[in-house]
Design a protein around this ligand. Structure first.
Ligand code: CMC
Length: 434
């Protein structure tokens, strides 16, 4: 909770000689924010901040990032501790309900999720309507949006029970949807979820099992999968989360809002970066070509960027990348992928970029997507599945933020304003006179 014991502080803005007092608000940690809600009414002036680089769009208690320190906290718990000691469904509980669960609460939560992993059977027709070569993200956007047509009893956002059911359904069904998008894409039969194995193992099984033979999930791979889910679970007000909040601000149903989040995540500047990064590492191919690509990334006339590098908030190491790098070593070791050429290129690229003044000056460090693709590829996933895996992991973050927003009494429909630079009023000219 914000500290209300401190005396109220204000910033004074002077516009054309007129002084306007703007309240300053403090969170528990992090920079203060200036409350500009009354600015337009008092001054007839808007603020201008494309990309929200200096704008806090909401109050939240879920996730905190200190970009300078490279720190990520969920409900106060550091991500490296959660990645090492916790597991994905426990982190889901923490994000959704605010506290770590007791053993009984965790058991109940896991049971509820497990009992909702199957999809309405008719949804298979939905998958079958797509072209086989459809990107799994395209299928996910469509199928998740279509959930609102299948689960009518959990679309009333004013009903807390329906909100809860929708939340559990989304977390539970997302692995099934992502796995089936993959199975459809490669022309294999859909594999149904099982109740006797954990969340990550279930996902691996639904992706890689076939009816013709038994499939036993390697516990080390399952742990690595779970850790990837955990590292992507939430990341405060990033583009896709803000998209979910904006969609939800109109009162849209949860499935429509999460489909909007998936669509936003798809872009290469956001969740699509893991696919783009692996493709880039393969294009580089051998360490001797790294200087050429670094030069391109620095060239203002070349749109090329080093994928998996840079972050709007982190101006230091992304703490998720550090855990991901360790996981990459573990998984490749387990799979006996010695001297993996992509990993060699990645490590050397990281070294050379970090030693380059351009990246140092702009504080560009590896982000979560730099190493995740290497692990996922080693596990057998094609690059097109990387972003769907990010989407399934982030679903809990989107839902937690969505629920928080619906409970926030200051919530209003999101409606940014603009700096209009188009034509002023002018009279219509008949076509024959143009
Ligand atoms: N390679 C080369 N130069 C870069 C890079 C990069 N990856 N990222 C930023 N820059 C430069 C950029 O050209 C700009 O230079 P200048 O000030 O001279 O114009 C400066 O650094 C600041 O960049 P920006 O685009 O203004 O920063 P931003 O906060 O708007 O963008 C970003 C952040 C993540 C979109 C960007 O760093 C980027 O495009 N990175 C590559 C894509 C990527 O890895 N995305 C995954 C992000 S983490 C997971 C997620 O959020 O989904």
């Amino acid at each position: 909770m914000p500290d209300t014991s401190r005396p109220a502080r204000h910033a004074t803005l002077t516009i054309d000689g007129k002084e306007i007092q703007l309240p300053l608000m403090s969170g528990t940690v992090g920079p203060d924010v200036m409350d500009i809600r009354k600015l337009y009414a008092q001054s007839d002036i808007f603020t201008y901040d494309p990309g929200f680089t200096s704008t806090a769009a909401c109050e939240s208690t879920i996730t905190y990032i200190d970009g300078d320190k490279g720190e990520l906290l969920h409900r106060g718990y550091p991500i490296d501790q959660l990645a090492e000691k916790s597991h994905y469904l426990e982190v889901c509980y923490l994000l959704l309900y605010g506290e770590l669960p007791t053993a009984a609460q965790l058991e109940d939560f896991e049971h509820r999720v497990t009992m909702h992993t199957m999809l309405h059977e008719q949804m298979q027709n939905f998958f079958r309507g797509f072209r086989r070569d459809a990107h799994p993200m395209a299928i996910m956007v469509g199928v998740v949006g279509a959930m609102s047509a299948f689960y009518h009893d959990s679309t009333d956002i004013a009903d807390p029970w329906q909100r809860e059911v929708a939340s559990i359904r989304l977390i539970a069904k997302m692995p099934t949807i992502a796995a089936w998008a993959y199975k459809y894409h490669i022309g294999q039969p859909f594999v149904y979820p099982r109740n006797d194995i954990d969340y990550a193992s279930n996902f691996l099984r639904m992706c890689f099992a076939v009816p013709a033979e038994d499939y036993v999930v390697d516990p080390i791979l399952s742990r690595a999968m779970d850790r990837i889910f955990t590292l992507h679970a939430d990341h405060e007000q990033n583009a896709s989360t803000s998209t979910v909040r904006l969609a939800s601000s109109s009162g849209a149903n949860p499935f429509a809002c999460i489909a909007a989040g998936i669509a936003c995540l798809w872009g290469p500047a956001h969740g699509g970066a893991n696919q783009a990064c692996l493709e880039m590492l393969k294009e580089i191919g051998t360490p001797d070509r790294i200087p050429e690509f670094i030069a391109r990334a620095k060239d203002k006339d070349d749109p090329f960027r080093l994928m998996g590098f840079g972050h709007r908030v982190y101006k230091n190491f992304d703490p998720r990348a550090t855990v991901m790098k360790e996981s990459a070593d573990e998984v490749l070791d387990l799979l006996g992928v010695e001297n993996n050429p992509v990993l060699q290129v990645a490590k050397e690229l990281e070294k050379q970029a970090l030693a380059d003044p351009y990246f140092a000056e702009k504080k560009l460090f590896p982000n979560v997507d730099f190493y995740s693709g290497i692990i996922l590829e080693a596990m057998g996933f094609p690059t097109s599945m990387f972003t769907p895996i990010f989407a399934l992991s982030r679903t809990v973050g989107w839902i937690s933020q969505w629920k928080e927003m619906l409970m926030d009494p200051s919530q209003k429909i999101g409606r940014p304003r603009q700096l209009y630079t188009g034509a002023c009023t002018r009279d219509y000219i008949e076509v024959e006179n143009r």
